[in-house]
Design a protein around this ligand. Structure first.
Ligand code: SF4
Length: 189
């Protein structure tokens, strides 16, 4: 017999159902993994645009993540660039064609359905889902992904914010990007 209430079981089923339904459309030029990767590299900050960070985010092996990345590079949707501080490592950037492809993202219908919720309900749902994602990452001993505003490494500095992990100031765009070095629980912002 399950140790969980019917509500918890229903919610877990519903989350998986929504994720599958949101990604599936009759005709799509990319696989679900390729869409996830393209979205990830469009929203990840400069510390996180690597195949290994993507493998953590997508909960897959580095080999599988590298294959997905390679296929997107071959399609011209991602481009490899040298890391500005470390010439040996590579960062992935979404190309113009990649951004054009994202306009056809099958998740758009799910976003439209979410937009029908009241702003308060959207905020509450986002906070709850972040908490669940954080709890799941803790149970699985994997990195939690999040943005600067909720991160312990982020400190107010003058008119902006400073990241103690990256030792640099964060631009407004970077503040909203997802990060593999995120540490939940910022009490100072
Ligand atoms: S403050 Fe946190 S989330 Fe933001 S870049 Fe630094 S480590 Fe990443």
């Amino acid at each position: 017999m399950s140790a969980h209430s019917p509500t918890q079981t229903d919610l877990a089923d519903l989350i998986v159902h929504l994720a599958r339904l949101g990604q599936s459309t009759a005709a799509t030029p990319l696989t679900a993994a390729q869409w996830t990767a393209l979205r990830y590299f469009a929203h990840a900050n400069r510390l996180s645009r690597t195949p290994s960070a993507f493998s953590c985010f997508h909960a897959t092996t580095r080999g599988t993540a590298s294959q997905t990345v390679k296929s997107l590079v071959e399609l011209g949707l991602l481009a490899r660039q040298s890391h500005e501080h470390d010439g040996r490592s590579t960062l992935l950037e979404v190309t113009e064609a990649g951004h054009a492809m994202l306009l056809r993202d099958p998740l758009e219908d799910l976003r439209k359905a979410l937009a029908r919720l009241a702003p308060e309900a959207q905020r509450a749902l986002a906070a709850s889902l972040r908490q669940v994602a954080s709890g799941l990452a803790q149970l699985r001993a994997t990195p939690v992904f999040g943005t600067c505003v909720d991160c312990q490494h982020c400190q107010p500095a003058g008119d902006g914010h400073f990241c103690q992990q990256a030792q640099g100031y964060m631009s407004p765009d970077e503040m909203e990007a997802i990060c593999v070095n995120f540490r939940p629980g910022n009490a100072s912002l």
